[in-house]
Design a protein around this ligand. Structure first.
Ligand SMILES: Nc1ncnc2c1ncn2[C@@H]1O[C@H](COP(=O)(O)OP(=O)(O)OP(=O)(O)O)[C@@H](O)[C@H]1O
Length: 254
């Protein structure tokens, strides 16, 4: 039994569903991210993976079911409120300020956590904020790129910077939407190391990812979505041996 097999859920979907225009995009999904684990969410294109992240993080409201964060019902809470209560996330499309440096991007996130977004408008200077920003850049191995503008970074470095920004808000659970998308082959191993190390820093992770070698190497558990329903959830070995999962991926590499 793995160390996280009996850990408490930090984030949970309970019978979660989303219906739009009569189409059932997500149906009755019961799934949790447990304390200290890395849960990977996989599934063929259009399975509902991003929708699930949107519902969990409050970007979209479910049409049925509930979301619990740290044991409390946050179904009606906004994305900002969930973020304040420890839920971080990154998006498939980059959310960086391309014209600002990597350090400035992280510093804005640090500032907004420390004093609320208005402090950014006041242009508050703070040694502590700078030190914290630099520590976050160090944590994601980006110190050497601190002065580079975000727009000129490689895809791999952009993903690292986005994780640093998410960590600036000190999340207890972090949702990553396809962190390896567009990342060059040589940038994959450092990103895998960074994401794998988040658990040791006390951050539980829910990660949507298509790269199976990355998923199988990193995840404590894997959840498989198919046509909006949860097909299987278990250890990487259990899931890859599952006949229904193999059927869903027929013709695709698993
Ligand atoms: N706002 C919307 N209105 C109607 N249909 C939507 C909407 N958003 C998503 N869908 C549909 O819901 C389904 C699931 O989409 P979603 O993006 O969650 O899938 P996914 O598993 O993340 O796919 P991919 O791996 O391609 O990113 C798709 O068929 C998509 O077209």
């Amino acid at each position: 039994m793995s160390a996280t097999a009996t850990a408490a859920p930090v984030l949970a979907a309970r019978s979660l569903g989303w219906v739009v225009g009569g189409a059932v995009i997500l149906a009755e999904v019961d799934l949790d991210v447990r304390d200290g684990e890395l849960l990977a969410i996989i599934g063929p294109n259009g399975a509902g993976k991003s929708t699930l992240l949107h519902l969990l993080s409050g970007v979209r409201r479910p049409t049925s079911g509930t979301v619990e964060l740290g044991g409390r019902d946050v179904t009606r809470a906004s994305a900002a409120a969930r973020a304040r209560h420890g839920l971080g996330r990154t998006f498939q499309t980059s959310s960086l300020f391309g014209g600002l440096s990597a350090r400035e991007n992280v510093r804005l996130a640090v500032q907004s956590r420390r004093a609320g977004p208005l402090s950014v408008l006041r242009g508050a200077q703070g040694r502590a904020e700078l030190a914290e920003s630099d520590a976050l850049l160090e944590q994601v191995r980006m110190t050497h790129r601190a002065g580079a503008t975000a727009g000129e970074l490689s895809h791999g470095d952009k993903r690292k910077l986005e994780i640093a920004i998410a960590l600036a808000r000190r999340p207890s659970v972090l949702l990553l939407d396809e962190p390896m998308a567009g990342v060059s082959v040589e940038d994959v191993p450092p990103l895998v190391e960074l994401i794998g190390g988040l658990r040791a820093g006390g951050v539980s992770v829910g990660m949507v990812e298509h790269h199976m070698d990355v998923v199988l190497g990193l995840a404590d558990r894997v959840a498989v979505l198919h046509h909006g329903s949860l097909l299987a959830v278990g250890s990487p070995a259990e899931v890859t041996a599952d006949a229904a999962v193999q059927q869903a991926y027929l013709g695709e590499e698993l």
